[in-house]
Every structure is written in structure tokens, then in C-alpha cells.
Design a protein around this ligand. Structure first.
Ligand code: ATP
Length: 360
């Protein structure tokens, strides 16, 4: 039995807006789950329903096999970290950490021990006497995380906890949260719109769009086996290249080159005749020059971006434009004509109507 079970969860706001549709997920004890998707896709709404801060309009929410739909936030044994930190400004770090335990009536010496231990895990020992306004954004975020972990609840919920931090602090806090998760073993559900956070932190990722779950899987699954154009385009940076085209005589024409699709569609090739498809490949799959067992394409270099560990090369191929990620030492000249290859195994084909991946 899963630790947390969400079955056909729906949220319809009082104004009639249907924000979450039939959300289904089983979470094992100790898992780190990330909800990811663009703004407004329903991530926070789902998390808030789990926290007990929003009613569940329809569906069942079970913890340890027990239906908890009607329980209030305090009775659910969950702790939540918000984007805004939500610290008490007039209380010191020590008191911010201790407050939840005091409310629970925990003994003073136990509180002291737990605050010290939590502060140590989070590197806050030297700041216990300070007020939040005398802390940096990263330190405040640590206090907010500390307030959640000090309660030793089984479920830890985080809503974009790193979004107020600068890029460098985000990278540091990202690995710290992963480390804290490893130490505490608490089941964690983490909301972000940042696919890098999702990929680096999650055991499993839930990709959402417009209130619907698109795919649930490990970072590896989502990167290598996306179920549709949306997931394929959401995971990966720069995003996957998509070329919309139509199958004609068993092939598609891309940038004036004819690509025979039998390597992908095999005996199903005839079924796709005359139908729209989306031809996809990741920028990092491109090999400059001609390669074996690959689709060979070509175009004109419009722009290059040297990023140090790689270069992004923007290539126009007649009406299509793609990005290739290449070794910086091989960066081609702007305005030059280049040939490049995409290994057959790195090519994705999606149904142009449903946008679902074609797996034959
Ligand atoms: P973001 O990353 O911007 O926080 P999100 O994926 O977390 O986005 P939600 O905050 O869950 O999105 O919102 C989902 C949808 O529900 C949005 O279209 C939002 O406008 C709508 N919504 C949120 N709260 C309410 C409310 N109280 N009443 C009506 N609609 C709401």
C-alpha cells in the first residue's frame, strides 16, 4: 500500500473555475515528488489540497490508507514551506524555530535540543539570536525550512521555496534541500515551475498542464521517454526541436532534405501516409557532419552562443529553425552552411493531431 494516495482529485473554485482535473498519484514513504508545469497549471492548488488549505472538490486523499479529506491542516501531520518564507518578523531565529513546538506543548529542554539540532543541519547555529530582517534571503529560507523539519512530521510540502533567491543561492539551497531530505527521510512534495529543480531533486516528477497531469515519471523517463510534445518540450534546456510536417510517400521533407521514416515507423509506415507528424530531436543529440544510422540535415547558421561548456547554434533550414548544442571548439561560423546528423535513436515522432508520441 502506498503511503499517500490521491484518487481522481478535482478542484473547482467557488467561481466555477475547474483548476485540477482527475489528479491520480500514489506516493511511497520517503519519496521526493516534484510537481512541475507552467504558471497556472494547478500545481499550488494540488499542493494546498494536500496541505488541507483548500477543500478537495471531488476525489479521495488517503494517508496510510486512511481517508483524510476532511481533516484540518494541523491534524494531517504535514508541514509546509511557502515561497514567502512566512517567518514571524518580531521573533528571533530561535523563537521562529521553536514556536510550532511550543504550541504543541513540547517540553522546554526538548525544544532547545531540537532547535540546536535543526540549526546545525541548516547552518544556522550562529544566527539563532537574530531577527529575520537581519538575515539574507538564503538564510531566511533556511529558517523557513527549519520550521518545517523541526516538527518531525511525515510529510513535507514546499511551494516554490527557492523562487525569491538569486541564481547562485538557488543552486546551493537545491542541494541542501536534497541533503536534508536524505537525512530526515520525510516524504516530500515540492512545487516548482523550474524544470532544472525538478530534474535535479526529484525521485519522480509530475508534469502538469492546464489542470491535467501529463506524465508521471523519473527524471530519466521524462527526458528519454516523453509521452507528448508538451512534456518533451518542457524537460530539457534548450528545449527539444520540433518540426511540424506531413508524411508523403513514406517520408518527410525537412529543410529540402527527404527523410525516409521507415527507420521509425517500420511496417506501420503506410498508416501514417498523408498525416501530420511532429519530428523532434534534442539540441544535444546533434552531431556536426554526416554520421551513420542517422538523419542527415543541413542549414545555415544564423547565430551562435558560446556558453563555455557548449555552444548553442541556431540553424535555419528553409522555413524551420532549430537549435543544436555542440562542443564549443567546433562552433561553426555565423552565416556558414553546415551539415549535421541526428542519430535515429534520438529522433522522436509525435502524432501531429493528438501531439502524443508515436511508439511503434
Ligand atoms: P503558479 O506557478 O503561477 O503559482 P500554479 O500552477 O501553482 O501556478 P495555481 O495557483 O494552482 O497554479 O492555479 C491554478 C489555476 O487556478 C489558475 O488558473 C488560477 O488562476 C486559478 N485559481 C487559483 N486560485 C483561485 C481561486 N481562489 N479562485 C479561482 N481560481 C483560482
Amino acid at each position: 500500500m502506498a503511503y499517500i494516495t490521491l484518487t481522481d482529485i478535482n478542484k473547482i473554485y467557488p467561481n466555477g473555475f475547474h483548476a485540477v482535473h482527475n489528479f491520480n498519484l500514489e506516493i511511497e514513504k520517503g519519496e521526493f515528488i516534484v510537481f512541475v508545469g507552467p504558471s497556472g497549471c494547478g500545481k499550488s492548488t494540488t499542493l494546498r489540497m494536500i496541505a488541507g488549505l483548500e477543500d478537495i472538490s471531488k476525489g479521495d486523499f488517503l494517508i496510510n490508507g486512511k481517508r483524510v479529506n476532511e481533516l484540518g491542516p494541523r491534524e494531517r501531520e504535514v508541514a509546509m514551506v511557502f515561497q514567502s518564507y512566512a517567518l514571524y518578523p518580531q521573533m528571533t531565529v530561535f523563537d521562529n524555530l521553536a514556536f510550532g513546538l511550543e504550541l504543541q506543548g513540547v517540553d522546554e529542554d526538548v525544544i532547545e535540543q531540537r532547535v540546536e539540532k535543526t540549526a546545525k543541519i541548516l547552518g544556522l547555529t550562529d544566527y539563532l539570536d537574530r531577527l529575520p530582517r537581519a538575515l539574507s534571503g538564503g538564510q531566511r529560507q533556511r529558517v523557513a525550512v527549519g520550521r518545517a523539519i523541526i516538527r518531525k512530521v511525515g510529510i513535507f510540502l514546499m511551494d516554490e521555496p527557492l523562487s525569491n533567491l538569486d541564481a547562485k543561492q538557488r543552486v546551493t539551497m537545491r542541494s541542501e534541500i536534497t541533503q536534508i531530505h536524505r537525512e530526515t527521510g520525510a516524504t516530500t512534495i515540492y512545487v516548482t515551475h523550474d524544470q532544472t529543480e525538478a530534474m535535479t531533486m526529484a525521485d519522480r516528477i509530475v508534469v502538469m498542464k492546464e489542470g491535467y497531469v501529463q506524465q508521471v515519471g523519473t527524471p530519466y523517463d521524462l527526458y528519454f521517454n516523453p509521452v507528448n510534445v508538451f512534456v518533451a518540450g518542457f524537460i530539457g534546456e534548450p528545449p527539444m526541436n520540433f518540426i511540424r510536417t506531413v508524411v508523403k510517400e513514406g517520408a518527410v521533407r525537412i529543410g529540402g532534405k527527404e527523410i525516409d521514416l521507415s527507420f521509425k515507423l517500420g511496417e506501420h509506415l503506410a498508416e501514417w501516409e498523408g498525416r501530420p507528424v511532429v519530428f523532434g530531436f534534442r539540441p544535444e543529440a546533434a552531431i556536426l557532419g554526416e554520421a551513420e544510422d542517422a538523419c542527415v540535415l543541413g542549414g545555415s547558421v544564423e547565430l551562435t552562443e558560446m556558453l563555455g561548456d557548449n555552444s548553442n547554434v541556431y540553424v535555419t533550414m528553409k522555413e524551420d529553425r532549430v537549435i543544436l548544442k555542440v562542443d564549443p571548439h567546433d562552433t561553426p561560423e555565423t552565416d556558414s552552411d553546415i551539415t549535421f546528423s541526428i542519430p535515429h535513436k534520438s529522433i522522436y515522432l509525435f502524432d501531429g493531431e493528438t501531439e502524443n508520441v508515436i511508439n511503434v
